[in-house]
Design a protein around this ligand. Structure first.
Ligand SMILES: Cc1cc2nc3c(=O)[nH]c(=O)nc-3n(C[C@H](O)[C@H](O)[C@H](O)COP(=O)(O)O)c2cc1C
Length: 310
């Protein structure tokens, strides 16, 4: 019997459902799973108000740690494997997760452990995973597998449905739009990744785990999103400084800056999506080799030496 720690944060419960589906084969095989939910002292609202949503941006992007409630499991716990379930917020691991990764207790929990990351998001996670890889290295943990579950609808479609879900709490289909988030089918399919983990942990052979994940559809990357992420990371690093320079959340200066960002971000995505779609079609012909290489890089688990964000 192996002992597996599942550390996660989830606002709507989407990620928790993914993880519960994933661990089923492990539970059925008699392995012991401990679910550890990361809880923040100052809770985020769900659904969010538009202001609170965009106001969370600078500190999230800058990975500023926030206070967490204490964990139910001892940080020195003897686990054979850690599964880290997280979601990107603003192209960065969500603030509760980045706080966990930077906390003394979290680092102790991860020290010397093999870690599998699994995320559920809209569709932009490449840079967030690079930041998580970096934090895992700093915690002396070894990343051995990665699964990224995304909303497979078009970029603009998922932008509309996720904003409706996050800001009004409505996830169901409406008008011409599908339900928001990772599809129920993909949540259910996570079980297949649990099967691969079961085989790997029982044979103590993790070398081919990521290949097994990939053969089960663990990661799908659209070329235009590689380009969009790269631009997003660059512009977010400027925007986060601009909004943070407004001072604390109560100050008028900050409020004005948050409203400017709130208006410009969706506008930029709407304008850039078709442009980048055309650009990526051109780039795919001109720089095909480079983009194919980038996609292959994001499908594996090591961090490149010259740690570029994306
Ligand atoms: C503040 C905020 C920012 C987000 N930013 C991103 C993002 O950059 N990329 C992405 O693909 N999804 C993004 N999402 C969607 C989340 O990754 C996630 O799918 C969603 O919040 C549901 O997760 P949960 O209910 O399990 O916490 C964001 C969500 C929130 C609340």
């Amino acid at each position: 019997m192996k002992r597996i720690l599942v550390v996660y944060f989830s606002q709507s419960g989407q990620l928790k459902n993914i993880l519960q589906s994933l661990v089923k084969p492990l539970i059925e095989a008699g392995h012991k799973i401990h679910f550890e939910e990361i809880k923040v002292v100052e809770k985020y609202p769900f659904p969010w108000s538009a202001f609170e949503f965009f106001n969370a941006f600078p500190e999230t992007f800058m990975q500023k740690p926030m206070a967490l409630e204490s964990f139910s499991v001892a940080s020195s716990g003897d686990f054979d494997l850690v599964i880290l379930g997280y979601q990107p917020w603003f192209l960065t691991p969500s603030r509760p997760i980045s706080s966990f990764l930077q906390s003394v207790e979290g680092k102790k929990m991860l020290n010397g452990k093999s870690v599998i990351t699994i995320l559920g998001c809209r569709n932009m996670w490449l840079g967030a995973q690079e930041k998580v890889k970096q934090k895992l290295i700093e915690a002396n943990a070894k990343l051995i597998g990665h699964v990224a579950l995304i909303d497979k609808s078009g970029n603009l479609t998922s932008l509309v449905t996720i904003l409706r879900w996050m800001l009004a709490g409505k996830k169901e289909p409406f008008w011409i739009f599908p339900a928001a988030g990772v599809s129920a089918r993909d949540v259910e399919h996570s079980r297949a990744f649990g099967e691969s983990i079961k085989k790997a942990i029982e044979s103590n052979e993790f070398g081919s785990l990521q290949d097994h994940f990939l053969s089960e559809g663990a990661i799908e990357i659209k070329p235009n999103l590689v380009l969009m992420e790269r631009r997003g990371q660059k512009s977010f690093s400027i925007w986060s400084k601009f909004v943070a320079a407004g001072g604390n959340a109560q100050s008028t200066g900050r409020k004005i800056r948050v409203y400017v960002f709130m208006f410009l971000l969706p506008t930029m995505i709407i304008i850039l999506t078709p442009l980048l779609w055309i650009l990526s079609a051109i780039m795919l012909t001109v720089k095909r080799k480079h983009i194919v290489k980038e996609i292959a890089y994001f499908k594996q688990t090591t961090l490149r030496e010259r740690a570029k964000t994306v």
